[in-house]
Every structure is written in C-alpha cells, then in structure tokens.
Design a protein around this ligand. Sequence first.
Ligand code: PLP
Length: 348
Amino acid sequence: MRVAQTQAGLIGQTDLVKIPSLSRLTGCDIYLKCEFQNPGGSVKDRAALQMVTDAIDSGELRPGMTIVEGTAGNTGIGLAIVAKAFGLEMLAVMPDDQAKEKEMMIALHGGTLKTVPPCPFKDDNHFYHTARRLAQERPDYWWANQFENLSNYKAHYCHTGPEIWQQLGGKLDIFVSVAGTGGTIAGNSRYFKEQSDKVEVWSVDPDGSGIYAYLKTGEYQSQGSSITEGIGIMRLVENFKQAKIDYAIKLPDVDLICIARYVLQQDGMLLGSSTALNVAGALFAALQRGPGKTLVTFACDLGERSASKLYNQAYLEKKGLSVEKTIDELVREYQSGSAGERIVSVNP
Ligand SMILES: Cc1ncc(COP(=O)(O)O)c(C=O)c1O
C-alpha cells in the first residue's frame, strides 16, 4: 500500500483480477488489469500523468499554464486530476454525444469543458482540431495531443507492461486490447515482446472503427457504428504506430452486450463498454487457442461510466441492439471453423 503526496501519486500500480466465469468456461486464466482503480477511474490517467510530467521536465509546460485536450472524456478526467496536482488549469474539448457521466467528472475535478457536435475527422470542427486551434491561440495554453504525443505510449511501456509482467511472474501467453489512441496496446505490446516473442498480441476493434481493416488491407475503412466510447480510430497516429500486433479481430456490439450481462450475472463485475469488448476479444482468443493459456486484458474504465448506454435497455432498443445473444451462442460462434477466418494475421 502506498502513501501518496498528491492524487497523481496514486496513478498506476493497479491490481489484476481473474474473471472466474470465463476462466472456467475456457479452461484458461483470463485476467483483467483494473485500470478503474486509478483516481480518475480509467487507464487514461496514466497517459495524462506521463504527458504532463514529460512536458514539465522539457520546459514546455510551466506554472500558470492551461492544459488543452480533445477527448472522448477519460483523458480529460485524467488531465483535470493531474492538472490540479501540479497547480495547472485544464480545458477539455469533447464531442457532445459521449456519456454525460464523463462531462460531469471533468467539471467536478475543476476542468473547463467545451462540447462540440460530433463530426468526421476531416471536418475542421472535429473536437481534435478545435482543441488544437484553441491551444494555438494563446501562449499560456499547452496542447497535450494524446494521439501523437509519445509520452502516452511511454506510460504503458515504462509502467503498465512491467507491472503486468511482474504480477504474472512472466507467465503470459496472450495480451488482448482495444485501441483509441493506441497508447495502451503499443506500450504494453512492445514491453511484452521484449520480454518474450512468444506472447501473442491481439487487437480487438468495434464496428465503426478502421483499425481492423487497416491491419488487414492497409486502408482505414469502416462499416456500421458502436456504442463504445474512446476506442476505434480512422487514421494512423504515432502512438498506434508503436504497437506490435500479431492478430486482429473485429466484434459487433451484440457480443460485448452479451459478455457484459454474463460477467455481471456470474461474477458481479460491472464492465464498461470498451472493457466488455476487450473481454469478448479475450474469450475469442482463449477459445481459439484452447485451455491452459494465461490471458490479460484491460478493465479500461469504471463500468458505471457505461450506465446510460450499455446498461440502459431503452437506449439499446433505440439503437436496434435489443436482440439478445446467449453465452452458449457466442461460445459456439467463437469456436466454429468460420471464426478462424475472421482473424487477421498481421505482418510485422
Ligand atoms: C474507456 C476507454 N477504453 C479504452 C481506451 C483506449 O485507450 P488508448 O487511447 O490507450 O488506446 C480509451 C481511450 O480514451 C477509453 O476512454
């Protein structure tokens, strides 16, 4: 147990927890890295802390300045907490269709919030460009730029990956991760591959994201959409570029809804939507590879941040997602011969 001097000192050193039901079902050990234990409730606290401390060390970020960032919410919460710990201000630009829970947390942690209508990246009004423009307008504003700023991936390479390796005593067969900026998958995969090239790295992507198509064909293409937040991307960014990925799969929202319900019912664990996708990916990989393996994936944020979407029946019905898939159906599907055809083997 730690005694921290500021809240930022509590970021990282999170626990691992086994998912009992899915581990029994697959004969594998499937672990979640509990990133919801960070003070801001998500994995993005780690990137926030590393980006800010690196910028302070380099002299880019100085006392009295304001951190500006475009965010789906979790990075904004992390930066608001880190900003306070270092006596800085924080301005978050967010698309206005994200869970209201996250807007509220940024404001409660003292961040200033600007919401913009969601639009494609090529549109100048996209939250990313809005944040960049705002930051360029004033000399006392500093743009964190989580997509291109490699301090993001470094947080995971230097801390998260080594923590997991130590927690498992090096007994890791498969690492599964979603990607938003790619910081998490990149930092961890690089670290694991340096420890052992036998560790398999699986990327899991939702509908509406182009990562799967990119890894398959080299082109960013997407179809459909997803209720997940903070993950999926339609362009190649510096952090994702650092990732060492062996296999990629893409799974629809009905799968993550099925998994979230099953794990809640069986194990009492409330998964956020990106976490549920991670867990669906882990189930897929475990069933493909067979019993006896040790898998790790991330509980990226607090499950309660998905209350208004994943755990809201009326919302799911509005989205046409009320069709239920049972765990038996999911397992049969993931074990079937045709499931193998969905896996993209990624060339180094
Ligand atoms: C809930 C959630 N899960 C996963 C991710 C993806 O993390 P990364 O940006 O490291 O790829 C994010 C990123 O914002 C997120 O908010």
